[in-house]
Structure formats: structure tokens, C-alpha cells
Design a protein around this ligand. Structure first.
Ligand code: G3I
Length: 474
């Protein structure tokens, strides 16, 4: 991280509003406030997740797989949160430690835990200059671009249907100057970000696709403006982007800005959801609690602010533990900041509710759309293509649909245009790398039930194949 940090500041968070947190009130005032809260929101939740859900939002936390054996940690996680983000386990170095060798063990543990406990998952992060495996750090140009596309395709495909939102690209802008950050990914060409988004959409059309960054909280900052301009451009040109993540790591060197709500509103006005993705606020006591409460109120005031994730559970779990920036102390006890967040989530009347004309998305998990190809009458199966083409290369996903009879093996034939060649194929075995190619099933996906589908994919140089390929059973 290249951030300017003021670690362990403990007492100040810079500019802040003059609102007074309920938790800091004198005892008598607190009693009055409590009764007001009860009177105005009789169904107020008693946990962060339940209270956020009452406002149509989620409340999440970053989770580390190795802590899932810590009973205190898991107890708080299961009680309070309904969204999880793997803190490190879905990053490039964790999921593809050697090129084309994928390891999902730790990320799968988190996803399984989430699913077993009714939580959704934010995927983090598909393309990032940091936490790349060594082999990727050493790549450049076309080889790196292809590796990025392959990585996004494979990881997003592995988790297809299980991810509420992906941080497709993380931290691509420089801290100053309103320009892109220099990185090996940036040096592959300015279009790397939109290629990443198109690739992710092709792999998992049901996931929301987010751009995620830090120091994009203050509306007046050049970095915020630069990200805003990119999102506006993407929306104008039809690049598939659904959300912007504001990491919101606050401390005295990077304080909660008074115009934070304006920033949320302006991004939302572009037609994207806004998510607070890595919230932590260094400090303690009333000061910290007030800032936490203000962040929650800001989100609730913006209808497309769909949820808040804190970057860890206990202070001791934080990447900035010395700054005690989270909602639970090292023993797992609720801090004043926790109470401020819960009160803000439960408040009725003091915070503008989201407009009913543009409600946030419901909490239904993304579903895989049904196959659009009608069952075949001839060869026993049909195949259809979904392609992401960019200058010089492509990724194609092929959907194989069985007819009225279950398949016990299948083959898909197509012809690559002149000059095109395959670089990589997954979930199928190709007969050639150029010209006429037949893709046959591999051991684990040859059996396809009547009327159901399976998918495989390939990546190539040049122009992607078009039309409808021929599918043959057996
Ligand atoms: O797992 C190894 C361990 O085996 C080894 O002994 C130890 C020695 O340093 O390192 C451990 O890995 C560390 C890893 O966290 C797991 O704890 C890495 O060194 C350390 O660099 C890594 O830090 C993570 C950081 O991203 C890396 O950039 C933090 O946990 C994680 O909270 C942080 O998260 C980022 C977001 O992804 C993006 N936004 C900023 C945020 C905070 O930096």
C-alpha cells in the first residue's frame, strides 16, 4: 500500500461533524434517547446484519480463513454479519500461486461457511497490482494481459453464482494527480480495466461488478474525480460496471470527510450501486463512535448505498490493530462504535430512509439464468457461444445443452477464423489450436442430464469464432 498513514493516532479522526453520538450522552440523556429509539422503530434489530436488512442493506466483514477455528471470532461473525469478504484468500497470489494451477482451498472454506450460515459473499479481488504471485509480477505485455484474462475467467467461473459482488479491479488510480497508478497491469494498455470487467461479466453474469479503491471518499480529491470520470465513461460506453466500492479506511492522515455523503450520492447518480467495502476508523471512545455513526447515516441516506463491510471483526483482527479501528475489542466485546452503528441502523426519523422509487436490490442471491437455447431434436445437444473480444484476443464461454436424452459424452465443433489461435482451454479437450477445432468433454463433465447444461471455455489470440457451433452427443 502506498497510502500516507498515520498509525495508532488513537484520538483524532480529523474533520468531523458536530453530531453527538447516543453512546456519549450523559446517563439521563441516554435513557431518553433509548426510549425515543424504541418508540420510533419498534422492530429495530439487535444485530448489525438484521438491522441493516431492515433498511434493505447488508452488513459485512472481512474474514480470514484461518480464524474460522476461533470460537469467539466465529460466534461474533455468525451472530452479527450477513455478508463476508475473504480478506486475502481470493487474491491472485492465493488462488493462482503457479500459472494455471488454481488453489481455492481457503477461499472455498470461507464461501462454504458463508453459505452454511446464510451470509452472502463479496469477492475480492480479481485484478490488482498488489498481492500478485511472483510469476505474474514477472510478466508484461500480451503475456500478462492474457494471464489476467485467464485468471479472471477461471476464478469468476469457479465461484459463478456464489458471489454477490466482485471487486473486479482494485486500486488502479494513483493517490494524486487524478491519473492511473503505474503498474505492470497498467503498462499492458489503458484498456486493461474495461477488459477485466468484460471478462468478469462473461464468466459470471449474475455477479455485480465493482471498481474498488481507497482515498476516494472526499469528493474534492483528484483521485475521487478520476474514478468518477472513469465510471461515467464506462456507463456511457456500455462497459459492464455495476458498483463502486469505497474502501473507507479512515485515520488522522486520511480522515472521514464532511462531504462523504455527497461522494456516495454522486457515484450513485451515475447509475451504479455504491458499497462501503473495507470500513475501519482509527481511534477510540466517543470520537470513533460518532464517526462510525455518521458513516452509517450517510449510507442510509443514499438509496443506492447497498451495504457496509468493516475490515475485520475485533481490533486484534485488523491490519491496523494498533489503531483499534473496529467495532469489537480484542476480547470480542462490543465497543461504543458498535452501539453507534447499531443505533444509526435502527434510527427511525433521524436519518432519511432510502427513497422507495429506487429501492436497493433485494437480498436474493444471484441466479444462473436458464438456458436460452431450446432443446435440440437432432444430434442430442446444442451449443451456444458467449464471447468477450478485445483488440487482439478473446475469451469464449461455450454452453452445451442436452436434449430430451441425457448425454454420456459430447463434442462441439467450430472453426476459428484465419489468424486466430487457442491459448488456453478449460473444462474441455481441443483437437487443434487453429482452424477447425473439436472440443470434447473431459472426465468430469461428459454426463449432462436431459435438458441441463454444462460449460467450457477457451481463450485465444486474434478474432473469436462466431455463429452456432455443432454439438454432437457421445
Ligand atoms: O500468511 C503469511 C504468513 O505465512 C507469513 O508468516 C506472514 C509474514 O509477513 O505473512 C502472512 O501474509 C500476510 C497476509 O496479510 C495474511 O496475514 C502478508 O504478509 C500481508 O501483507 C497481508 O496483508 C494484507 C494486505 O491486504 C496486503 O496488501 C492484509 O491482511 C489485508 O487486510 C489487506 O487488505 C487490503 C485490501 O485487500 C485492499 N485494500 C486495502 C486493504 C488493507 O491493506
Amino acid at each position: 500500500m502506498d497510502k500516507v498513514l498515520a498509525r495508532g493516532s488513537g484520538s483524532t479522526t480529523g474533520r468531523r461533524r458536530s453530531r453527538v453520538a447516543l453512546v456519549s450522552a450523559a446517563a439521563g440523556v441516554a435513557l431518553v434517547a433509548a426510549s425515543v429509539t424504541l418508540a420510533t422503530s419498534a422492530s429495530a434489530g439487535t444485530t448489525l446484519g438484521a438491522s441493516a436488512a431492515e433498511k434493505g442493506r447488508y452488513f459485512g466483514t472481512a474474514v480470514a480463513a484461518y480464524k474460522l477455528s476461533d470460537a469467539t471470532y466465529v460466534g461474533i461473525l455468525n451472530r452479527e454479519f450477513n455478508m463476508v469478504t475473504p480478506e486475502n484468500e481470493m487474491k491472485w497470489d492465493a488462488t493462482e500461486p503457479s500459472q494455471n494451477q488454481f488453489n481455492y482451498t481457503n477461499a472455498d472454506r470461507i464461501v462454504s461457511h458463508a453459505q452454511a450460515n446464510g451470509m452472502r459473499v463479496r469477492g475480492h479481488a480479481l485484478a490488482w497490482h498488489s498481492q500478485q504471485p511472483g510469476w505474474a509480477q514477472n510478466l508484461s505485455g500480451t503475456a500478462l494481459r492474457q494471464a489476467m484474462v485467464n485468471h479472471i475467467t477461471r476464478v469468476a467461473t469457479h465461484y459463478k453464482g456464489k458471489i454477490y459482488a466482485w471487486d473486479v479491479v482494485n486500486e488502479a488510480f494513483a493517490d494524486s494527480g487524478g491519473v492511473r497508478r503505474d503498474s505492470n497491469l497498467q503498462r499492458t494498455g489503458d484498456d486493461w480495466i474495461e477488459v477485466a470487467f468484460r471478462t468478469a461479466r462473461a464468466a459470471d453474469p449474475g455477479a455485480k461488478l465493482c471498481y474498488n479503491d481507497y482515498n476516494t471518499d472526499n469528493w474534492t480529491w483528484a483521485k475521487t474525480q478520476a474514478v468518477y470520470n472513469m465510471v461515467r465513461d464506462f456507463k456511457a460506453r456500455g462497459v459492464p460496471i455495476d458498483c463502486v466500492g469505497l474502501q473507507s479506511h479512515f485515520n488522522s492522515g486520511s480522515p472521514y470527510p464532511g462531504n462523504y455523503r455527497t461522494t456516495l450520492e454522486n457515484f450513485a447518480a451515475l447509475g451504479v450501486d455504491v458499497q462501503i467495502t473495507e470500513l475501519d476508523i482509527e481511534g477510540s471512545g466517543t470520537t470513533q463512535a460518532t464517526t462510525y455513526g455518521n458513516v452509517v447515516k450517510d449510507c442510509l441516506a443514499v438509496s443506492r448505498c447497498t451495504g457496509i463491510t468493516v475490515w475485520g471483526i475485533r481490533d486484534s483482527d485488523s491490519w491496523r490493530a494498533s489503531g483499534t479501528p473496529l467495532l469489537f475489542d480484542g476480547n470480542g466485546n462490543k465497543k461504543p462504535a458498535y452501539t453507534a452503528v447499531l443505533d444509526a441502523l435502527n434510527a427511525g426519523g433521524t436519518t432519511p430512509p432510502p427513497p422507495t422509487t429506487t429501492p436497493p436490490p433485494t437480498s436474493a442471491p444471484p441466479t444462473t439464468p436458464p438456458p436460452t437455447t431450446p432443446p435440440p431434436s437432432g444430434n442430442g445437444c446444442t451449443a451456444s457461444l458467449v464471447t468477450n473480444q478485445w483488440q487482439g484476443g478473446f475469451v469464449t464461454t461455450v454452453r452445451v445443452t442436452a436434449g430430451a436424452t441425457a448425454l454420456n459424452g459430447w463434442a462441439v465443433a467450430l472453426t476459428l477464423p484465419a489468424g486466430a489461435s487457442l491459448v488456453n482451454t478449460w473444462n474441455a479437450q481441443p483437437s487443434a489450436t487453429s482452424g477447425a477445432v473439436t472440443f470434447r468433454n473431459v472426465s468430469y463433465n461428459g454426463q449432462v442430464g436431459a435438458g441441463t447444461t454444462t460449460e467450457f471455455g477457451f481463450q485465444g489470440n486474434g478474432t473469436a469464432p462466431g455463429g452456432t457451433p455443432t454439438c454432437t452427443a457421445g
